[in-house]
Design a protein around this ligand. Structure first.
Ligand SMILES: *[C@@H]1O[C@H](CO)[C@@H](O)[C@H](O)[C@H]1NC(C)=O
Ligand SMILES: *[C@@H]1O[C@H](CO)[C@@H](O)[C@H](O)[C@H]1NC(C)=O
Ligand SMILES: *[C@@H]1O[C@H](CO)[C@@H](O)[C@H](O)[C@H]1NC(C)=O
Ligand SMILES: *[C@@H]1O[C@H](CO)[C@@H](O)[C@H](O)[C@H]1NC(C)=O
Ligand SMILES: *[C@@H]1O[C@H](CO)[C@@H](O)[C@H](O)[C@H]1NC(C)=O
Ligand SMILES: *[C@@H]1O[C@H](CO)[C@@H](O)[C@H](O)[C@H]1NC(C)=O
Ligand SMILES: *[C@@H]1O[C@H](CO)[C@@H](O)[C@H](O)[C@H]1NC(C)=O
Ligand SMILES: *[C@@H]1O[C@H](CO)[C@@H](O)[C@H](O)[C@H]1NC(C)=O
Length: 372
């Protein structure tokens, strides 16, 4: 698969990543609204009383490289993908978590956005609510946004205009796939039908957001989930190891899902006037890193083992007593499921500025510059 990315593309990317993409002086969008799972959660789960410790990140060693080493609820050693994309757009970091706002159902203004994402959540309402105790489902995340958007619009004419110019950043679907493959195999279970249900839910969320005034969507597809440390362990235990040493069943589902999301978005953009989107192919992106782990702007020497965590592949889970690696910048994975700050930083740069190799049909820089 990696060979699909030709030598020319690699050179182009190296050059691109070499450019220091400074945050803009003036943000490129009025606001960013973030939805999805732990890849982009900045602390909503801290505020959910029934959310279990495994689905929270508000204790050390999380945040060891964040300012003041604060464990904010980000599932990372430092910043996560939502922060890093927001930084490229000219903000200091992700907008604040929805549940941290003093009167969350009555936020008075668009401001610079809100982050609704909740670790453990998925595209289906049940996802996460079992093993995490309780999370904010995508239905709730989107519903909470549309309620606020209605309020803003009713009180203030400029709010609608600001929403239409804002970026809607969504990273969702991975946990649905994890829960599907974690479950004991059921005979005659039809993966395609399951994926179609996911895509149908995704479509409904996007239509609801569009209905509330959203126009610009940046969508992150689930990556090669079978390659995170926890799933490499499963692969060995179940004797289902693919060419990357990863969990084959999980990677096959991710591979099947990507083109379904791509065609759903394409169809939606034809159906909804003024809707525009940027979809990142996280699968090809990770394959590229496997193929070429060190580049002028990064150097990943540990691709399979978590930085924080004990046991085989460091997949024991991260906490205050778990071993912590010294060099976080050379690890692709921070813990059993999540990328390091260094890895998500590379992804953010591609989402923002890649020349069309991993981001389709346009990148986020082009998306936010488009005039609806
Ligand atoms: C939230 O706003 C409502 C309506 O203005 C008000 O009644 C309520 O007391 C506020 N709650 C808090 C916690 O400020
Ligand atoms: C968010 O949405 C859920 C589900 O509709 C609702 O129960 C909750 O009250 C909302 N939260 C706020 C702060 O509005
Ligand atoms: C209207 O909304 C914008 C953006 O949220 C805000 O900057 C402005 O102060 C609001 N105006 C009024 C009168 O509330
Ligand atoms: C799985 O479902 C899809 C879509 O309904 C169908 O086309 C396919 O034949 C099914 N596969 C099996 C093995 O039943
Ligand atoms: C995954 O897909 C590959 C290629 O289509 C196939 O050879 C392999 O058997 C599949 N593995 C599983 C576990 O479904
Ligand atoms: C990457 O790191 C390894 C180990 O730290 C080192 O041996 C190698 O020279 C580095 N490569 C580059 C391109 O920096
Ligand atoms: C901390 O993580 C290690 C594995 O990385 C695990 O063995 C240990 O039980 C965990 N401790 C707590 C208190 O959860
Ligand atoms: C989407 O953005 C591209 C790039 O800026 C632009 O050419 C295109 O017209 C936009 N489409 C819509 C529907 O706004």
């Amino acid at each position: 698969m990696a060979s699909r990315v030709g030598a020319f593309a690699l050179v182009a990317l190296w050059l691109l990543l070499e450019l220091t993409l400074h945050g803009a002086a003036e943000p490129l969008v009025p606001a960013v609204f973030v939805f999805g799972d732990s890849t982009v959660d900045v602390g909503n789960n801290n505020y959910i009383e029934k959310c279990k410790i495994d689905c929270r990140a508000d204790y050390p060693h999380f945040g060891v490289d964040y300012p003041d080493q604060a464990p904010t609820g980000r599932f990372s050693n430092g910043y996560n993908l939502a922060d890093q994309l927001a930084q490229l757009l000219g903000f200091a970091e992700s907008p604040a978590p929805f549940l941290s706002l003093p009167n969350a159902s009555l936020v008075p203004q668009v401001s610079t956005g809100i982050n609704f994402a909740s670790g453990g959540s998925g595209l289906l309402d049940d996802t996460g609510n079992g093993h995490c105790g309780e999370v904010l489902s995508m239905t709730e995340q989107v519903g909470n946004f549309t309620n606020l958007a209605r309020l803003w619009k009713s009180e203030n004419q400029t709010a609608a205009d600001l929403v239409s110019k804002s970026l809607f950043f969504i990273s969702a679907g991975s946990n649905d796939l994890f829960e599907y493959t974690d479950a004991p195999p059921v005979p005659n279970r039809n993966g395609t039908e399951f994926l179609q249900r996911l895509v149908a839910s995704y479509t409904a969320y996007l239509k609801d957001l569009y209905g509330a005034g959203a126009k610009k969507f940046s969508v992150v597809s689930p990556s090669l989930l079978g390659c995170c440390p926890s799933q490499r362990l499963v692969a060995q235990d179940r004797k289902d190891v693919d060419k990357y040493g990863c969990f084959g069943s999980a990677n096959n589902l991710s591979n099947q899902l990507y083109p379904m999301i791509a065609s759903m978005l394409h169809d939606l953009s034809l159906e909804l006037p003024g809707m525009n989107y940027s979809l990142v192919d996280s699968i090809r992106m990770v394959e590229w890193v496997f193929h070429s782990p060190s580049a002028p702007s990064y150097n990943f020497t540990v691709l399979d083992t978590a930085c924080c965590g004990d046991g085989r592949f460091g997949a024991g889970g991260c906490n205050f007593s778990a071993p912590l690696c010294q060099n976080r910048a050379n690890h692709l994975f921070w813990d059993d499921y999540h990328p390091t700050d260094a890895a998500s930083g590379v992804a953010a740069k591609m989402i923002f500025g890649d020349a069309g190799i991993f981001v389709h049909p346009i990148n986020v820089q082009q998306l936010v510059a488009s005039r609806p």
